[in-house]
Design a binder for this molecule. Structure first.
Ligand SMILES: Nc1ncnc2c1ncn2[C@@H]1O[C@H](COP(=O)(O)OP(=O)(O)OP(=O)(O)O)[C@@H](O)[C@H]1O
Ligand code: NI
Length: 375
């Protein structure tokens, strides 16, 4: 049962059974061939680099990023435009154009996804790792009804017949809060929020263990934004897939995720439990990002980060140093590594501990106040 989310004795061999309760089932008859039940799914990205060769020179869009995604975990990925968020997600999906040079590893169930053939990638993509792309208007095929588009992966990956796939796509549309009757409509007949729901239904069609969501609310009005965020949180909570939520919108990410990755110029500069990072940011860039996010701390003045994101040629040393008010000579010369700190945190900054205890307490108190009222 997909649409209703009923947990009462679903048929473990039915294609929808992972979506019917949280987490793997011990009694799955398809195991161990069943990906959802065989073990706890987990994505491990190590030293991922994605470079593009362009006429203007080499663009180092992603530069040595490592992180992991545990089963059922929701991780946020934030950073300014152009820092490499989408490129990272597309690399995980194996969807970067041939001009991209990709290195490092993306491990999923003991395999490095970067080394799979196109045919093998086709097998895991959408079935095990799915993505909701940034531009919903461009992603859906204008010539096919929404139902037909959702039915396609169901038929291809789960081997459902035409009738069955049709029925499932209606259930999936109901699951995301669109009535099943929307299955026969075309993308142009849907509003932005509805398209985003349809894309969620499409991405979740084959019950992937991992869902990558890229800027789900960037083109939506505030009401639709709220609805989509609530829906995403509800689906993740109910079905327990691992979520990587990519967004400019730090306040949305703060609500939905328990761990946060902050990217700057192709690198992760800070990582840790979301609440901790927001309450006590260690990297000056993270602090700038937090201070320029509306609604996070309603009682505090907003201020932007001075300067601009670096272009093709990255600055020497720490890429953030030209914009950093705390930079010292070492920052100009030496790129800081992502150093582990207590509490599951990591920060790439020579001046990482500069938040004074008093300041940290102040920020934490203010955040908790804000969270109590807003989040
Ligand atoms: N196919 C491509 N060819 C060349 N350069 C690319 C390509 N895709 C991305 N880039 C470059 O890689 C860098 C990272 O882009 P990316 O889209 O990953 O950033 P982003 O963090 O997702 O930004 P946004 O928040 O605007 O979506 C940018 O400088 C971009 O111009
Ligand atoms: Ni992007």
């Amino acid at each position: 049962m997909v649409a209703g989310g009923s947990v009462a004795g679903p048929d473990p061999t039915s294609p929808g059974h992972h979506l019917s309760g949280a987490g793997p089932r011990a009694d799955c008859r398809s195991a161990p061939a069943c990906w959802g039940c065989a073990s706890v799914s987990r994505l491990e990205v190590k030293k991922l680099c994605c470079h593009f060769a362009t006429e203007g020179g080499r663009i180092e869009a992603v530069n040595g990023v490592s992180f992991s995604l545990a089963a059922g975990e929701a991780v946020g990925l934030v950073g300014e435009s152009g820092c490499g968020k989408t490129t990272l997600a597309l690399a995980v999906m194996g969807l970067l154009p041939p001009t991209a040079r990709v290195s490092g590893s993306v491990s999923f169930r003991g395999k490095n996804l970067l080394e799979l053939s196109e045919a093998e990638k086709d097998l895991f993509r959408w079935r095990h790792i799915a993505m909701v792309f940034q531009n919903s208007a461009e992603v859906l095929n204008p010539m096919l009804s929404v139902g037909e588009q959702i039915a396609e992966p169901l038929r291809r990956h789960l081997g459902l017949g035409r009738r069955e796939a049709e029925k499932r796509s209606q259930e999936l549309l109901e699951m995301v809060g669109l009535g099943g009757e929307w299955a026969c409509r075309y993308p142009h007949q849907l509003s932005g929020g509805m398209r985003q729901r349809a894309l969620l239904a499409l991405a979740l069609a084959c019950e992937p263990e991992i869902l990558l969501v890229d800027e789900p609310t960037s083109s939506l009005d505030p009401d639709s934004r709220e609805e989509i965020l609530r829906l995403l949180a509800e689906l993740q909570n109910r079905y327990g897939f691992s979520l990587l939520l990519i967004s400019h919108d730090l306040s949305a990410v703060a609500r939905l995720t328990s761990r946060l990755l902050v990217m700057y110029a192709g690198r992760v500069v800070e990582e840790g439990p979301t609440e901790e990072v927001i309450a006590r940011p260690m990297h000056p860039y993270t602090r700038g990002l937090i201070s320029s996010t509306p609604h996070l701390f309603p009682y505090r003045d907003l201020w932007g980060i001075p300067g601009e994101t670096p272009g093709l040629k990255l600055p020497s040393g720490c890429a953030f140093h030209p914009r950093c008010t705390q930079a010292v000579e070492k920052c100009r010369q030496e790129a800081p590594g992502l150093a582990p700190l207590p509490g599951g945190r990591r920060v790439a900054c020579h001046r990482g501990g500069i938040v004074t205890l008093l300041e940290a307490k102040g920020i934490r108190h203010e955040y908790q106040l804000a969270r109590g009222r807003r989040l």
